[in-house]
Design a protein around this ligand. Structure first.
Ligand code: F6R
Length: 369
């Protein structure tokens, strides 16, 4: 049932193009509009929403962090994202104008369930993004947008994460469509790009051999750091989480801008640092800043592992290892940038002799708080 793969995780990584395509299927019509009829919150209610709050745990929380960028940019609605386990203990400000989005692969995560119950008690509408039909979180929500990743068996989440991102983009775009905000050429272009993103994920999967080789060469390291900016920051956090849970290594993700506020003190000779570089198109401020971050850490001896777009030549002189990803609009880039980090963690775990599908101390669904 592993379909010829040694581990479920490898199978599930390979299934990502299909999972992404299946999650988009039937949700974008021929004219490039979204048809999310299954979201049974009436457009009238969605037009009155004045704030979005996302709650989730672990990998799903990282999807939520990325969703915040998309929702705020495309809808201009303020959006907060919070770890479900912290949410209800701080008396969050919620009312009938708040849309709460609960993201959960299993639909059974107790922290997320308790957060959504708290939100509904305050009169907020809750939309679940979930991969498991009929599970508790969608049953207790006002509406649900299912991800179509298919069953995820490996404890470490991979294809569910990519489909959570797709669902988040769909919700963000749908909110924009219903509310009429920023609806125009930019959004149409994003919908077009999203429609072809499964092919980009496939392309990345076809180029992973050097990443595996690199991972094996780092098997005896103690620490790997991950840096990113903007949506690359949650991608960095996700890369670090995968490495912790699978390779049992010290791994940390940082917002690259925070480097000089502390973490740069960790940089020492030959320390592997993975850097997620945003789109080089237009040479945005964001891009220039991260290139100077790479220079800063390399000058201090870091071994730089740079994930950058095809055609981005400016990073080449500063990359000890270069991992190429297809050119993708910045907000959608996590869909392609995360894939090498999954492969990296999986291969490192194998090289260290760890059980990839069942990491120690972890359970697939966490049904206690
Ligand atoms: C990491 C991982 C966990 C889950 C988290 C939430 O690879 O799998 O961090 O993402 O426990 O689980 P769900 O999405 O089922 O609520």
């Amino acid at each position: 049932e592993k379909g010829g793969y040694d581990y479920f995780m490898l199978k599930e990584i390979a299934e990502q193009p299909k999972a992404v395509a299946d999650t988009l299927l039937g949700r974008i019509d021929g004219s490039g509009s979204l048809t999310l009829d299954e979201v049974r919150i009436p457009p009238r209610v969605l037009r009155e929403i004045d704030k979005v709050v996302i709650v989730a745990c672990g990998t799903a929380f990282h999807a939520g962090m990325i969703a915040k960028y998309a929702i705020e940019h495309w809808t201009r609605l303020p959006c907060e994202v919070e770890l479900a386990s912290e949410f209800r203990y701080r008396d969050p400000i919620l009312d009938a104008q708040t849309l709460v989005i609960a993201i959960s692969q299993s639909g059974e995560t107790m922290d997320t369930l308790m957060a959504l119950r708290h939100a509904r008690e305050q009169g907020s509408k809750v939309l679940a993004i979930c991969n498991t039909n009929g599970s508790t979180i969608p049953r207790e929500s006002d509406a649900v947008l299912y991800t179509h990743a298919g069953p995820e068996v490996a404890v470490a989440s991979t294809k569910a994460f990519l489909t959570q991102l797709v669902a988040c983009y769909l919700v963000a775009l749908y909110l924009g469509q219903v509310r009429g905000t920023k609806w125009g050429d930019e959004i149409r272009a994003v919908i077009r790009d999203l429609s072809s993103i499964a092919g980009a994920v496939e392309q990345v999967l076809g180029t992973m051999e050097p990443v595996r080789e690199l991972a094996r060469s780092l098997a005896s390291k103690d620490t790997v750091l991950f840096l990113g900016r903007h949506v690359g920051y949650p991608v960095a956090l996700e890369g670090a989480l995968k490495l912790k849970e699978l390779a049992y290594m010290h791994a940390e993700g940082f917002a690259a801008g925070e480097l000089k506020h502390g973490p740069i003190a960790l940089i020492e000779e030959d320390l592997p640092v993975v850097v997620v570089v945003p789109s080089a198109r237009g040479r945005s401020v964001l891009y220039d800043k991260i290139v100077s971050n790479i220079q800063e850490i390399r000058a201090r001896g870091a071994r730089t592992i740079v994930i950058a777009e095809e055609g981005d030549e400016a990073v080449v002189p500063y990359a000890d290892h270069l991992i190429r990803i297809p050119v993708t609009p910045t907000l959608l880039q996590p869909l392609v940038a995360t894939v090498p980090l999954q492969v990296f963690a999986c291969e490192l775990a194998t090289a260290r002799g760890n059980e990839v599908d069942q990491p120690r101390n972890l359970a697939k669904s966490v049904t206690v708080e």
